[in-house]
Design a protein around this ligand. Structure first.
Ligand code: CDP
Ligand code: MG
Length: 715
């Protein structure tokens, strides 16, 4: 803790990028270095370690003239999107200016690599152009995305542009959710979904064109698809493949598909000035907060985006930043404009995530503190300043230990450029890199290590085996995974009983392939069925397949822990998950309705809490008590309102069989007795209302009596 802040120190391995990188080699296994052609040994890298600079002060070689120029240019940029219709917006996209040439190249080639900056229109427009050019008359156009959110949101956007219902002409499919129909011709899906489609239809006969989007991300599934689609291309002359990519890697993709042409979409992003620190900074978290404050106080309007590594660091930075703002407001006499501080990371609940897209009130500046989620998957307009700490988290698999580790590593140069680019979407911007230019050039990898080389391959091996790829070591990978990883994954599958002694799929293995799950989870389900506890196991597997249901914000950690403890099952964290689900089901999704039904029958026997276990009847003020044996005590608190079956007098007036109810239900179910007190209306008015409803009821009952008399007379 420094200067009164509780900032988590963003210092990793003595602040040296080389050290962190060395840790990467250790975790990933030595052969990864060979694959990437890295010549330096860990010892050499260590010897290169830069000297740590002064007290975390960040000192940038700022060019005042350039800054002035940026501000002028920025003022000229209008808020385009809001003033134009969807079809006008489509025509404004960079890809629109090359539409016809692009379609020509696709007509003439079976495989095309399309390169363009973020926002040029690749994801939303390519599929529509192909549809307009007639490719959907016999077959559909599929477009793969590495992330579920992207598949869903892009499909929604395109269905709006084409003025069709989502799921009609345009649809999407992600694991466990298929929003397509018989008339769907443009289908967005995760790469995992297309990969599994090859299980049923190896030649992908349904598809006329597949667009492999965001291929530069090199997700595990995309990498496996490369090898599979290469075979489809060779087999089906009518099949077209389009691979889209950021500038990086395009050459590599082209070579993999036999020197396919590379089509460039001209860019239209704004220049971003990049500034480095003069010396390595001691604590990048501290430095990032300082830099954000400096920008806020001294620089022209425009939102700030800070890249950090994870939740803890982000929350600490948010806290430190708000503390500095408070200090500033209390110590300066002049008015300080507002700073809206917003965290974003994947575990943050969706409603809080959505906040980063909301407009700040007039005069306020947004400062978004994000993980690499904001690198490509989320795009926020209005960012003019990016602060890049130079680090990110990455999952790395160690085949020898059979363990995944989520570790902090320096970003690659490609990722750093992507981060910087986020400042140039709305107008010319600035990127502050909290590391030296030398470190950028010498210590960062040119591009990220593809997932296939740093992950557990259990799923992939199982899938490829079922596709009759017998020798995995011979599969056509763009970048083959380390042999250790393949062998270790095969060993794990053999242990689980999915592979036999010669490496073929067993009966169990064939069943396991059917599930889009990690092999151990698939096995748990299959055995759960055998042991006749499928329902319970299904819940546990589902809970393990989604992000954690527990949210633990730093400032409410104790409260969150206490809430979580209520669900603990001593034997097992797995059973605790089951317990959470069961309780959720009974409380908010099923039993509430039953309680409401009970309330509808017994609202005349409603009682309001007066003391512990002591109640009074809501209508006549009669005292009544919760029976000591009542289950309602088990809630841990006595509820404000209950209804009861009957009142029995023994030593006291005891309510027999009580159920807690919500006060609104009483008003809803028994409006003749109860109303929710409206603070806006006076007591007099409320009394008047009650009188009115009472007389209305009496009138109704009178009428009913008359009706009865009438009926009897007629008979
Ligand atoms: O794929 P690429 O990054 O080249 O661009 P895109 O995703 O097709 O986005 C083009 C434009 O469509 C963006 O700049 C947004 O203005 C708009 N868009 C949107 O409004 N909502 C989405 N879900 C996706 C794109
Ligand atoms: Mg895209």
């Amino acid at each position: 803790s420094r200067k009164g802040s509780t900032l988590v120190r963003g210092v990793h391995e003595k602040q040296s990028m080389n050290k962190s990188r060395q840790r990467f080699w250790e975790l990933a296994g030595s052969n990864l270095g060979d694959i990437l052609g890295v010549e330096k040994t860990a010892e050499q890298l260590d010897a290169d370690t830069a000297i740590v600079g002064d007290d975390g002060e960040v000192d940038f070689k700022e060019d005042a003239k350039f800054a002035q120029h940026l501000i002028k240019k920025r003022e000229a940029v209008s808020d385009f999107a809001k003033s134009k219709t969807l079809s006008q917006q489509r025509q404004y996209l960079p890809i629109y200016s090359v539409r016809d040439e692009l379609l020509q190249v696709v007509r003439e080639n079976q495989v095309v690599v399309v390169v363009g900056e973020t926002g040029s229109g690749k994801t939303t427009q390519l599929t529509q152009y192909l549809h307009e050019d007639g490719y959907t008359t016999n077959g559909i156009v599929g477009c793969t995305q590495p992330r579920r959110v992207a598949a869903m949101s892009v499909a929604k956007r395109v269905s709006e542009e084409m003025e069709t219902e989502l799921g009609d002409l345009v649809g999407y499919a992600i694991r466990f959710e298929d929003v397509t129909g018989p008339s769907t011709v443009i289908k967005y899906m995760t790469d995992g979904v297309l990969l599994r489609a090859t299980l049923k239809d190896a030649d992908l006969d349904k598809y006329r064109v597949v667009v492999m989007d965001e291929a530069h991300e090199r997700s595990l599934n995309t990498d496996v698809l490369f090898g599979i689609l290469k075979k489809v291309v060779a087999k089906r002359r009518d099949f077209k493949l389009i691979v889209t990519s950021a500038t990086l890697n395009a050459e590599k993709f082209s070579l993999f598909f036999g020197s396919a042409p590379i089509f460039h979409i001209p860019g239209r992003t704004f220049p971003v000035q990049t500034l480095y620190t003069k010396s390595p900074c001691e604590d990048y978290a501290e430095a990032a907060v300082k830099q954000a404050m400096t920008i806020h106080i001294t620089s022209a309007p425009g939102d700030i985006l800070i890249f950090m590594t994870g939740q803890d660091e982000i929350e600490a930075a948010c806290y430190a930043l708000s503390e500095r703002m408070e200090q500033l407001v209390s110590t300066t006499k002049q008015a300080v404009s507002k700073l809206l501080i917003l965290p974003i990371y994947s575990q943050l609940p969706a409603d809080l995530q959505a906040k980063i897209f909301q407009k700040a009130e007039d005069g306020a500046r947004k400062c978004i503190i994000a993980t690499n989620i904001a690198e490509t998957s989320l795009t926020v307009d209005g960012i003019f300043y990016v602060i890049d700490t130079g680090y990110g988290k990455m999952k790395v698999y160690n085949p020898r230990m059979g363990m995944d580790a989520l570790q902090v590593f320096p970003v690659s140069r490609a990722a750093a450029d992507q981060r910087a680019g986020r400042a140039g979407r709305t107008g010319p911007g600035t990127c502050y890199r909290l590391y030296t230019e030398t470190a950028h050039q010498n210590e960062l990898l040119p591009s990220p290590v593809p997932e296939i080389q740093r992950t557990n391959l259990g799923n992939v091996v199982l899938l490829l085996k079922s596709l009759k790829v017998d020798s995995l070591l011979d599969f056509d990978f763009m970048d083959p995974p380390p042999q250790d990883n393949i062998l270790n994954s095969m060993y794990q599958l053999w242990v689980l009983g999915a592979l036999d002694n010669v490496g073929n799929l067993t009966d169990l293995g064939w069943k396991m392939v059917e599930f889009p799950l990690d092999p151990p989870l698939a096995k748990m389900l299959l055995i759960g069925e055998k042991l006749e506890c499928l329902n319970e196991v299904l819940t546990i597997v589902s809970m393990l397949s989604v992000p954690s249901v527990f949210f633990r914000p730093k400032d409410r950690a104790e409260e969150s822990d206490a809430a979580r403890e209520k669900f603990f099952v001593p034997e097992s964290d797995h059973l605790t998950l089951l317990n959470v689900y069961e309780q959720w089901k009974s409380n908010s999704y099923h039993w509430d309705i039953v309680r409401k039904a009970i309330c509808s029958a017994y609202f005349h026997n409603a009682a309001r809490l007066k003391g512990i276990g002591e109640y009074v009847n809501c209508r006549n003020g009669m005292p009544c008590h919760l029976h000591p044996s009542s289950a309602v005590y088990g809630l841990g608190y006595t509820p404000d309102y209950v209804v009861y079956h009957e009142l029995i007098l023994t030593t006291k007036e005891y309510m027999q069989c009580a159920t807690s109810v919500e006060p609104e239900w009483l008003a809803e179910m028994g409006p003749m007795f109860f109303s929710v007190k409206d603070s806006d209306t006076s007591i007099l008015e409320q009394k008047k209302k009650q009188k009115e409803s009472k007389s209305a009821m009496e009138e109704q009952m009178e009428n009913m009596k008359i009706d009865e008399v009438e009926k009897e007379r007629r008979c």
